[in-house]
Structure formats: structure tokens, C-alpha cells
Design a protein around this ligand. Structure first.
Ligand code: COA
Ligand code: AMP
Length: 639
């Protein structure tokens, strides 16, 4: 047999006989009621996996590992390790302890009136209570929506209005290396701003900052849990939503990606073995944040459903305390795999280019490094590979897909790694590269990456309360396909390289942001007549946003003042995560004759890439002015 044959056989089968393939994988999940149909296509393009089946995700993640005869269960195995260099805390919870804590918390949440199908927003830092909160919602059949702590009150308010939660779960603060982030005032502001009225907020008080409680609305977490009786798992339909996770779209308004329950559990279970190559009982570490899809799938649900031990890390790759932090965590907890973003490795490389700190630690347990969230640039991939001496697997992900679209399935069969490529499509993914007319392109040609419908289990069935937007945004441009929004190519050997987004989404330190959304904030400044935002290449973060401001005529305030104001506005309205730090004031923006701003051309200029004068440009002189502005601000230096 040749290398790749095992993978190819599995992949081919998943496309030829998707129902047979996924029904087989579904045996590894506990079902309350077996499905009636593996794939229900009756409402295509709204496909449903495991229709008629009933289960509970929390039962699969916790209870089933605790139950069972002594000696054959995982009750006393560590389920969760909390490692927090920012607070100097380490704690671990066995499966039994975690199940018991989650059952009590579920009881507390239920006593606030939350029942199956109700939405609950979770705005919490990386503490065990946040994981418990997600699982407690799942236990009740309630739909959680986690909001990343780096988003500001306005973003929270828009999510409150969209998913209309019955309850918010929060903590008094998050801890960034340089500051304490007070969550509660942001919650208060967001609740005030939102049209949908939230009547209850449960607050976990952390010792680093005590939150002021609002009488009649706020409930103390510990008191609520102490008074609660443990709640059992509520069976839900496989097609019922487990969570909603908002992600940047092409407009200012985020998209509520819906995740169903059954297909997701099945897909995650499969990946833990076959993609990540982990065995139940081993320690798996995903150094992301529970606010992102990667955190949902591989800090919380994947490892626990599979019976592995998961690490919850409240810290950074550098500065907590140094660039050896990741090596310490791996060696101390004997992690076999680490999943992080390339930006984290670029940060480590910048601080410790020779990897000297690695020598202090024993990484003999460590087998594979997984990267995702942004393109794994070959220099970083190669640096990591050389330093660690283990395979470095770049795999391609989206919030929408819930798990990886492409990867190197090392648990199934390791295949050669090509730095810069995300290897091969996951089971169920039939990927094509399409030209602008929707025709498949030749190997090596760059075009729009699209997946043939139906997509595999675990991918999003729709957007929350927005079936039409789901169709418009993803399914209309290329009929019969899911448009990923990414461009790239597939080589002769079927390896997929993801190069760039085709829309206005940019990727800042592995975080997905919409330039359109930032433009909406800049455009709201009193002195700004017009604006544009692009992502410029950044050595550490991959990309960072850069704004261009055209001021209203007659405005003659110092540009520096206006710049500082818009920077603050983005921080206040979107949040620090947007990392919006710079804007240039320009006389005009380059546009086509039909009025479209030539963002792509400005971006190429700023990144020092070759660019051509667009034939449709309204006035070529404007581009010269922009180039001059970029050069004097230190961009486009070598052009
Ligand atoms: N709550 C509140 N604020 C947060 C936050 C949170 N959970 N996470 C980040 N922020 C803030 C930071 O404090 C920073 O604010 P500042 O402008 O006041 O300094 C800002 O948001 C930007 O944060 P970040 O992008 O994390 O930059 P950084 O300089 O603090 O750290 C890295 C850089 C590379 C170390 C960091 O981005 C990182 O670890 N990235 C990996 C991302 C990842 O794993 N993504 C998941 C995809 S797999
Ligand atoms: P998110 O929805 O936040 O997970 O971001 C998804 C986007 O990040 C994708 O559409 C890609 O643009 C980018 N991305 C994620 N993983 C990779 C990868 N391995 N290579 C290239 N781009 C990636």
C-alpha cells in the first residue's frame, strides 16, 4: 500500500456513502433514541444529520464517562486541568467532580427559569466555571452563546438582541497580563443598550475584582449553586441547536452560526482519534479561548466527549511569564498534542528565536503540534518543526464548519507535510476551486474554495433566525456549493492551500474581524466624511487593520486628535480584540468609476506587493497620493 491510501479510501467512502460512513462513526456516541434518518435532505439546502435521533451533549461529555462499572469508567480520571499563570492557580477536576459541579450549576440555571431551547449568553474568562457554564446549558438543552471577553459592550448588546437570552452568565473580571478586564460594567452597559430585556445575570466573583451587583437582577454564582439541586441531562433532538456562536460577516452585523447537537458530537469524536491522534485518557491541549469555535470544539466538547483530559490555559504564549510557557504546560501535564494559532508561535519565536527555553523542559510525551486560525506561514511551520522535532499540522477551520475542513489525519495515517498547505480534505468534504463563473479550475490555479453540498455532520445547518441570510451569504454564488469565503488552490496530489479571504474579513492574531464593521465605527465619527479599512501584513499578528480617513470639508482639527478618537471609538464599540491602532488621513479614496473603493489595491501597496493600475479607476492620481501617505507612515517602504 502506498502512503495516503488509507486516507484516500476513508475519504472516498465518506463521499460515496456518507450515510453509511457517518452512521458507523455515530456508534461511538450515546444516543437516547437512535436516528430515523442519517441525512435528511427533504429541506435541502437545509440538510439535517441524524434526524429523529435524541441525545444530550453533556451526557456524552461527562455522565457516560462517570457511569459504568468500577474499573471500566473514567469517574476518577482527570477531565479538566485549569492552569492559570496570570493568577498563579492550578486545579484539576475528575470526570466525577466535573459532572457533579455541572449538574449543580445546571440546577442553579434551571432555577432562574431556563429550560430546553432557551438561550443563555456566557461572557466569561478562561476559568473552569466558564466550561461548566457551557456544559450546564447543554445539560438542560439550553442553547449557549459564548461571547469572547475582548469584545466591547456594543457587540454584546447586538448579540443579546439577536439571540434574546433568558439569562447571562458572567464573571467579575478577566485577567490580561497588563490589566484586569472588568466584565461586569460591560454587561451592565450591554444590558442597558439592548432592546431585548434580560432579567437575570449570574455573576461569578473573582478575587481580583469584586463586581457591584444590581439588586433584583444580579445573582451571586456561588449562592445560586449552593442552593441548587443537581439537574439531570435533558434529551434533545440531534438536530436541536447546542450553541450559537457569532462571527464576523461582510456587514457590521455578526452572523449567528448555529451548531446542532448530534452531528457535532459524532464529528468531534471522530476527529479526536483520527485527526489529532489522541487516545482516551491522554492529555490534549488546545490553547485557544472558549470564545472561539476552536475553544468550543477542542477545549470543551471534543476532548471530553472522547474521554481525554483537556487543559484550560489562562495565559499567553509569551509574557506569562516568558516564551517557555507553552513548553512548561506541555511538560507539566504531559500533553500529547497542542493546538494553537501560528501567531502564538511567531510570538514565541520573536522572544526566543533559538528556542533556548525549551531545553528546560521534558517534552517526551508530546507528539504533534496543530496550527489553525490563519495561514500557517512556511517559516513559522518550519521553525516549529525543527525546534520540536514533531509533525506540525496546519489545518483549515472556520466557525461555520465547527471542525477542520482540511488537515493531515495523523491518527488515521500520517501523510507528508507540505509547509504552506493545510493538507487534504476531511471526510465528507468535496472541495473544488472555482473561477468567478463557478467553473472548477485546474490543479495549482488560485480561485474560490467551495465545498459541495451536503457538508458533513458538525458543520452549521443555518444562521440563527436567518435562513435567508444563510442562503444568500454562502449558497447562492456557487449553486450546489458552500462558498467558504477563502481563496486558494489544490495541487496535483490533492493538497489544499488556503491563501486569503475573498471578502472583507481579515485575520488579526488568529482572530477574525470584519473591516466593514470597523468602517462603520470610523464612519460614525463627526469629522469623517468617508473611510476605508484594510488589513496590512504584520510580522506577529499576520494582519492588523489600518484605516484611511477622508475628513469633512472645513474640518481643521489636528489629525492626531481625530486619529486618537477613532482608535478609541473602535476599542469602545468593537473591543480591544480589533487591535485597531492606526489610521491615515487622506484627501481622497481611490475608487472605480462605479464608486467602489479599491481596497485590494491599497492593501497590495501597503504590503509592498506588486500591483497594477485597475482599468476601471476613476482617477489614477488618487493612488499616487495614497502611496505617498503610506510611505510617509512607514508602509509600502520598498515600492
Ligand atoms: N478579554 C479582554 N481583552 C482581551 C482578551 C480577553 N479575553 N484577549 C485579548 N484581549 C485584548 C488584549 O489585552 C489586547 O489589548 P491591548 O490592545 O490593550 O493590549 C487586545 O485584546 C489584543 O489582544 P491579542 O490579539 O491577544 O494581542 P496580544 O498582544 O495580547 O497577544 C498573541 C498576542 C499572539 C500572544 C495572542 O494574540 C495569541 O495568543 N493569539 C492566539 C490566538 C488564538 O489562539 N486564536 C484561536 C484560533 S486557533
Ligand atoms: P474563524 O471563523 O474565526 O475560525 O476564522 C476562519 C478563517 O480563518 C478562515 O476562513 C480562514 O480565512 C482563516 N483560517 C483558519 N484556519 C486557516 C488555515 N489553517 N490556513 C489559512 N487560513 C485559515
Amino acid at each position: 500500500m502506498a502512503v495516503g491510501d488509507i486516507y484516500r479510501a476513508v475519504h472516498a467512502r465518506s463521499l460515496k456513502d456518507p450515510e453509511g460512513f457517518w452512521a458507523e462513526q455515530a456508534q461511538a456516541i450515546d444516543w437516547g433514541k437512535r436516528w430515523d434518518k442519517v441525512l435528511d435532505s427533504s429541506r435541502a439546502p437545509f440538510y439535517r444529520w441524524f434526524a429523529g435521533g435524541k441525545l444530550n451533549a453533556c451526557h456524552n461529555a461527562l455522565d457516560r464517562h462517570v457511569e459504568g462499572a468500577p474499573g471500566s469508567n473514567r469517574a476518577d480520571q482527570t477531565a479538566l486541568i485549569y492552569d492559570s499563570p496570570v493568577t498563579g492557580t492550578k486545579k484539576s477536576f475528575t470526570y466525577r467532580e466535573l459532572r457533579d459541579r455541572v449538574a449543580k450549576l445546571a440546577g442553579a440555571i434551571a432555577s432562574q427559569g431556563v429550560a430546553k431551547g432557551d438561550r443563555v449568553i456566557i461572557y466569561m474568562p478562561m476559568i473552569p466555571e466558564a466550561v461548566m457554564a457551557m456544559l450546564a446549558c447543554a445539560r438542560l438543552g439550553a442553547v449557549h452563546s459564548v461571547v469572547f471577553g475582548g469584545f466591547a459592550a456594543k457587540e454584546l448588546a447586538s448579540r443579546i438582541d439577536d439571540c434574546q437570552p433568558k439569562l447571562i452568565l458572567t464573571a467579575s473580571c478577566g485577567i490580561e497580563p497588563a490589566r484586569v478586564v472588568h466584565y461586569k460594567p460591560m454587561i451592565d452597559q450591554a444590558v442597558e443598550m439592548a432592546r431585548h430585556k434580560v432579567s437575570k445575570v449570574v455573576v461569578f466573583q473573582r478575587p481580583q475584582a469584586e463586581a457591584t451587583m444590581i439588586e433584583g437582577r444580579d445573582v451571586d454564582w456561588n449562592e445560586a449553586v449552593a442552593a441548587a439541586t443537581p439537574h439531570g441531562c435533558v434529551s434533545v433532538q440531534a438536530t436541536d441547536p447546542l450553541y450559537i456562536l457569532y462571527t464576523s460577516g461582510t456587514t457590521g452585523f455578526p452572523k449567528g452560526v448555529v451548531r446542532d447537537t448530534g452531528g457535532y458530537c459524532v464529528a468531534l469524536q471522530w476527529t479526536m482519534k483520527n485527526l489529532y491522534g489522541v487516545k482516551p485518557g491522554e492529555v490534549y491541549w488546545c490553547a485557544s479561548d472558549i470564545g472561539w469555535v476552536v475553544g468550543h470544539s477542542y477545549i470543551v466538547y471534543g476532548p471530553l466527549i472522547y474521554g481525554a483530559t483537556t487543559i484550560l490555559y489562562e495565559g499567553k504564549p509569551v509574557g506569562t511569564p516568558d516564551a517557555g510557557a507553552f513548553w512548561r504546560v506541555i511538560s507539566e501535564h504531559k500533553a500529547v498534542a497542542l493546538f494553537t494559532a501560528p501567531t502564538a508561535f511567531r510570538a514565541i519565536k520573536r522572544e526566543d528565536p533559538e528556542g533556548k527555553l525549551l531545553k528546560k523542559y521534558d517534552l517526551s510525551s508530546f507528539r504533534t503540534l496543530f496550527l489553525a486560525g490563519e495561514r500557517g506561514d512556511p517559516p513559522t511551520v518550519q521553525w516549529a518543526q525543527k525546534l520540536l522535532g514533531v509533525p506540525v499540522v496546519d489545518h483549515w477551520w472556520q466557525t461555520e464548519t465547527g471542525w477542520s475542513i482540511c488537515g493531515n489525519f495523523v491518527g488515521l495515517e500520517p501523510m507528508p507535510i507540505k509547509p504552506g498547505s493545510t493538507s487534504v480534505p476531511a471526510p465528507g468534504w468535496h472541495l473544488d476551486v472555482l473561477d468567478e463563473n463557478g467553473h472548477p479550475m485546474k490543479p495549482g490555479e488560485v480561485g474560490a474554495l467551495a465545498g459541495k453540498l451536503p457538508l458533513p455532520p458538525g458543520t452549521f445547518p443555518t444562521l440563527w433566525n436567518a435562513d435567508e441570510r444563510f442562503k444568500q451569504a454562502y449558497l447562492t454564488e456557487f449553486p450546489g456549493y458552500y462558498k467558504t469565503g477563502d481563496a486558494g488552490f489544490i495541487d496535483q496530489e490533492g493538497y489544499v492551500s488556503v491563501m486569503t479571504r475573498v471578502d472583507d474579513v481579515i485575520n488579526v492574531a488568529g482572530h477574525r474581524l470584519s473591516t466593514g464593521q470597523i468602517e462603520e465605527v470610523l464612519g460614525a465619527h463627526n469629522d469623517v466624511a468617508e473611510c476605508a479599512v484594510i488589513g496590512v501584513a504584520d510580522e506577529l499578528k499576520g494582519q492588523v487593520p489600518l484605516g484611511f480617513l477622508v475628513l469633512k470639508s472645513g474640518v481643521n482639527r489636528p489629525h492626531e486628535e481625530i486619529r486618537n478618537e477613532v482608535v478609541q471609538m473602535v476599542r469602545d464599540r468593537i473591543g480591544p480584540v480589533a487591535f485597531f491602532k492606526s489610521a491615515l488621513v487622506v484627501q481622497r479614496l481611490p475608487k472605480t468609476r462605479s464608486g467602489k473603493i479599491l481596497r485590494g489595491t491599497i492593501q497590495k501597496m501597503a504590503d509592498n506587493q506588486p500591483w497594477t493600475m485597475p482599468a476601471t479607476i476613476e482617477d489614477p492620481v488618487v493612488l499616487d497620493e495614497i502611496e505617498g501617505g503610506l510611505k510617509s507612515a512607514g508602509y509600502a517602504a520598498k515600492t
